[in-house]
Unconditional design. Structure first.
Length: 74
């Protein structure tokens, strides 16, 4: 069975590596922590969907901080 995927979405002015300490505590979980570069929620959503397609992630849990949390709800 493949590892569960968790996509971590950073807050405004942060970057994907902001999650590295948390990611290290989750062995057995496939972590995706992209750098969100879009200027609108629509652009960020498009980039996120493209990431999942590239990575072959048919499903993903989401966790977000600040702007990333808003994107997760989008």
């Amino acid at each position: 069975m493949p590892a569960p995927v968790l996509t971590l979405l950073h807050g405004f002015t942060q970057h994907g590596s902001s999650w590295s300490e948390l990611a290290a505590l989750l062995p057995g979980v496939r972590i995706l922590a992209p750098d969100l570069a879009g200027t609108t929620m629509e652009e960020c959503e498009r980039d996120l969907v493209q990431l999942w397609e590239r990575e072959g992630a048919a499903r993903s849990h989401l966790a977000g901080y600040s702007m990333g949390g808003r994107l997760a709800l989008f």
